[in-house]
Design a protein around this ligand. Structure first.
Ligand SMILES: [Zn+2]
Length: 407
């Protein structure tokens, strides 16, 4: 016997507009119908009687959120997880708050540790629990390492890159790379291996001058354009502003290049819109300059997301969390975030004055486009039934993933 459809009625966030009174019909793991009550009645005369008795519940429904840069939560972290259970704890800390599509991020570590994590996380991606893996390092800048452990930063190694992609069963989504490192671009380079393997370069943790940044952006654009089975058309930029040489008008570094390239439809910039890593006004300004398609919200969350202040681990390094701000115990560098992606949407709307539809877009469609996955990130017929309902303060009320309630 077929399960009864789940029917929801409230305010709905669509990719381009807000529907003040809308209906969502979930059947199995799929969105079977969506639209105004009248439209859904026409589409689905068989559920007319149920629609008659359904009233607007005062909640706002949006697609399940898509976070493409996340190290952990719930006390566990992907860079430290050695078991499936540990990784699932981190996944659930985000899923329960509305992030139904999650990419697990590693940190810079020894090659054998990275290969071990790649195998564990790749299997979780194969099983549909993760959307893929993001390697943050190890080919990054010593000068702009942030919370990456300098001991394990190495020169670009195409062979290791290939091994990592294979260990993830080709579920590698992105790898953070510093453009200025010798051998990053060119024939048989790390960039070539990544794109050929179905992943994307994510420029970041960089001390590059404008010329090196521009050359890397142009090179990755060229390789992407000629690769047929590419994941997406565009490279990404790992947490714009954080972990890179700051913008100064006489010493510009890479940021103006990233912005200029993105403004022309090039790279998509990640922003950690948690109110801590970036002032919300700079998030709004970048969104205004580039447009929502060129921006993606990420949490960069670590083990403390959803947990109290205290001491945590981020890969090989100790982290102290005070008032929700994570810093390395040694050196004081910000060491990841403690937000979930819905928190970033809330900061964008309430503190950054970004319209809700666009804030949700940058937390859903933008990430889905980078993943190359058309079944997530949108409330459209045929997509996965990944739905999040929130109250008027944008706090989560209920989450469905693949049509099932998430506790
Ligand atoms: Zn990170």
């Amino acid at each position: 016997m077929k399960d009864c459809p789940i029917i929801l009625r409230g305010r709905i966030v669509l990719p381009d507009t807000l529907l003040d009174d809308g209906v969502i019909v979930i059947e199995g793991d799929t969105l079977a119908a969506i639209g105004s009550p009248e439209q859904v009645r026409t589409l689905r005369p068989d559920i007319g009687a149920q629609l008659d008795s359904l009233t607007h519940d005062g909640l706002t429904y949006m697609p399940g959120l898509v976070d493409i840069h996340c190290h952990g939560g719930g006390g566990e972290s992907f860079p430290n997880a050695t078991s499936r259970e540990q990784a699932m704890t981190a996944i659930m800390a985000h899923r329960s708050q509305g992030t139904t599509t999650l990419v697990a991020s590693t940190v810079t570590a020894a090659a054998d540790v990275l290969l071990e994590r790649a195998t564990l996380l790749g299997q979780l991606a194969e099983d549909g629990e993760l959307a893929g893996i993001h390697f943050e390092g190890p080919f990054v800048s010593h000068e702009r390492k942030g919370a990456q452990d300098g001991t394990y930063i190495i020169d670009p190694d195409a062979q290791l890159t290939r091994q990592l992609i294979e260990a993830t069963q080709h579920h590698t989504v992105t790898m953070t790379l510093a453009p200025e490192k010798d051998g990053m671009c060119g024939a048989e380079s790390v960039v070539d291996v990544l794109i050929e393997g179905g992943a994307l370069p994510s420029w970041g943790h960089t001390d590059a001058d404008p010329y090196a940044a521009r050359a890397a952006l142009e090179y990755s654009r060229e390789v992407l354009a000629r690769t047929e089975h590419r994941r997406s058309n565009r490279a990404t930029v790992t947490h714009l502003f954080n972990g890179m040489r700051p913008l100064h008008h006489r010493d510009p570094g890479p940021i103006a290049e990233f912005l200029a390239d993105s403004s022309q439809g090039g790279a998509v910039v990640e922003m950690i819109c948690d109110g801590i890593h970036l002032d919300p006004t700079i998030v709004r300004d970048v969104y205004t300059m580039l447009g929502r398609q060129q921006c993606v919200f990420v949490t960069d969350a670590m083990a403390a997301a959803g947990m109290p202040d205290g001491e945590y681990q981020l890969g090989p390094q100790k982290v102290r969390v005070e008032q929700g701000v994570a810093r390395l115990a040694e050196g004081n560098s910000i060491a990841g975030g403690t937000a979930r992606l819905l928190d970033c949407v809330r900061v964008a709307v309430k503190e950054g004055a970004i319209p809700l539809v666009d804030a949700v877009y940058m937390a859903t469609v933008s990430g889905a486009t980078i993943l190359g996955d058309t079944r997530v990130g949108r409330l459209e017929i045929g997509c996965f039934a990944d739905v999040l309902s929130v109250d008027e303060n944008l706090r989560p009320v209920q989450v469905w993933r693949r049509g099932k309630c998430v506790d």
